[in-house]
Design a protein around this ligand. Structure first.
Ligand code: NAP
Length: 244
């Protein structure tokens, strides 16, 4: 059977991997949840929308003759990764997780690690009054109970209603250090709240926070699923070449 790879995407790494497989002549389909209207810059075939849980994904794998799955979703997209583990186990499809490395603190950083969004929200009022919040649309609700904190929220797509007091900026990275410094200064931000996403596209805010001496509430990643895991597109290509 011809090789056909499903790449669970929504990340730069997924698009990069699709491009690499395209060049190698391997058929790949990138799957996107379809929340942010992205995907136009993803090479090759793209499918958009949920599968309908693990069972729906298993059915998709069977029906489309998928011979391997690369779960290149965002490190915080835990549900779809769990579904991929179940669906691949059920169908006997080889599965690889591609997870970009986390950020690491540098001298001058003042990072306060927290286990999850609820813990970040609990700590926040004791740390700052004007927060730059970059935790994604689904993470906002966790902060709705924070008293006496004003939020500058950056999202790819602005929600119809902001569940926290403050202002929303709709923008898609990458962001430069100059942009981030200007943003933090213009809005008199005194604390940054972010998830430990990793990657270059959104790391300039950490450089800006360091330069301005701001504390950073850094939300830990959920654990990865069991099974093989690599941290670079190169390694994912090698893994696939050994199996296809
Ligand atoms: P999630 O909580 O793990 O997934 C929720 C549901 O969305 C899944 O059960 C699945 O629906 C659908 N879904 C998620 N990723 C999908 C994909 N690549 N293709 C098809 N369906 C998908 O995920 P999330 O945190 O909402 O993230 C959604 C997407 O945005 C992910 O693809 C992720 O890579 C990307 N993203 C997430 C973050 C983040 O911080 N969470 C940041 C940047 C990008 P069904 O059960 O119906 O299949």
């Amino acid at each position: 059977m011809a090789a056909r790879v499903l790449i669970l995407g929504g990340t730069v790494e997924a698009a990069d991997l699709a491009g690499r497989l395209d060049v190698l002549g391997v058929t790949a389909v990138v799957s996107l949840a379809g929340r942010t209207g992205g995907g136009t810059d993803v090479p090759g075939q793209v499918r958009v929308g949920g599968f309908g849980g693990a069972d729906g994904m298993a059915e998709y794998l069977r029906r489309n003759g998928i011979t391997a799955v690369v779960d290149a979703t965002h490190p915080f997209a835990a549900t779809v990764s769990a579904h991929a583990r179940t669906a691949c186990a059920e169908t006997g499809t080889p599965r690889l997780q591609l997870r970009r490395p986390s950020w690491t603190a540098r001298p001058g950083d003042n990072w306060i690690p927290v286990a999850d969004l609820a813990a970040a929200a609990a700590r926040l009022p004791g740390i700052g009054r004007r927060a730059f919040l970059t935790v994604g649309a689904q993470g906002l609700a966790a902060f709705s109970g924070c008293r006496d904190v004003w939020f500058l929220v950056r999202l790819i797509v602005a929600p119809p209603v902001l569940p926290v007091p403050g202002q929303v900026i709709a923008a898609r990275g990458p962001f430069s250090l100059d942009e981030e410094l200007r943003l933090l200064r213009d809005h008199r931000i005194d604390v940054l709240v972010t998830k430990a996403s990793g990657g270059d596209a959104t790391s300039a805010k950490l450089d800006a926070a360091r330069q301005l001496g701001l504390p950073v509430l850094m939300v830990d990643r959920p654990p990865a699923e069991q099974g093989p895991l690599v941290t670079s597109v190169d390694e994912a290509v090698t893994w696939l070449q050994q199996r296809l």
